[in-house]
Ligand binder design. Structure first.
Ligand code: 3SL
Length: 240
């Protein structure tokens, strides 16, 4: 197995695709997706374009769909919800499909949607994703952070490091499994902050943005590790 970390969708190669791609948007898109599926959501369908989301979801009965739209951290007017995982209670999401468009997370997923297998990961479902990779042993694994509008984000790279660290530790693999330098950087970041992820989020630019929007409880939720045994996997392009 060879593991690669890419900090943003923009830094991810376009001329090839891996056996397994793992999209990460800890704050908050992939955390929300994992939460919805764990709470009994029927599926999650991602869109970069808000109008297209509205159009496609129109053919779903209102009680079978939830429209989530986030831009700049806030809820898009006219949508059922924004992108807070705390809104995704079983009462609200059970049996419904989440149609979602967010600033960065949905772009990361779309960037790798042609990989053989596509997963969505966050800290909350890290172990489920790692276990899948260990069972399947794909030859190439890309872990792709969402960043923020093309820039690096601390929390996504730390989560990439958490995934890479766990895979390497559990296979007793040598560090030769690392396919690029970013793997080392991500593991070093995670190792330094693994006992205080919430503290790391307070230093992260998007963490600060969410704190300005009074989302401390979201940050706390997103900083928990391995609390959900759920594997969001793409089963048709854009649908997990
Ligand atoms: O950028 C994204 O995709 C979102 O996760 C951002 S937010 O956390 O909902 O503000």
């Amino acid at each position: 197995m060879k593991l690669f970390v890419y900090h943003t969708p923009e830094l991810t190669p376009t001329d090839q695709m891996p056996d397994c791609a793992i999209a990460v948007d800890v704050l908050r898109a992939t955390t929300t997706m994992a939460t919805v599926l764990a709470a009994g959501g029927e599926a999650v369908q991602v869109f970069s374009d808000l109008d297209q989301l509205m159009q496609v979801s129109e053919s779903w009965l209102p009680d079978k769909r939830l429209r989530a739209g986030e831009r700049g951290g806030g809820t898009v007017p006219g949508f059922d919800m924004g992108n807070s995982p705390l809104d995704c209670t079983p009462e609200r999401v059970q049996g419904r499909r989440l149609f979602i468009s967010t600033t960065n997370g949905t772009r990361a997923l779309q960037r790798v949607q042609n990989a053989k297998k596509v997963l969505a990961a966050a800290f909350i479902n890290r172990a489920a994703v790692v276990n899948y990779v260990l069972q399947q042993q794909p030859e190439t694994v890309w872990i792709v952070g969402s960043g923020w509008e093309g820039s690096f984000s601390l929390e996504d790279t730390a989560c990439a490091g958490a995934i890479a660290h766990s895979i390497i530790q559990q296979t007793n693999a040598s560090l030769d499994v690392a396919g690029n330098d970013e793997v080392f950087g991500a593991i070093a970041l995670y190792s330094q902050w693994q006992d205080n992820l919430l503290g790391l989020f307070h230093h992260a630019s998007h963490g600060k943005r969410l704190l300005r929007l009074n989302c401390l409880e979201d940050l706390k939720y997103c900083s928990q590790i391995d609390i959900l045994d759920v594997l969001p996997m793409q089963h048709e392009p854009g649908v997990l």
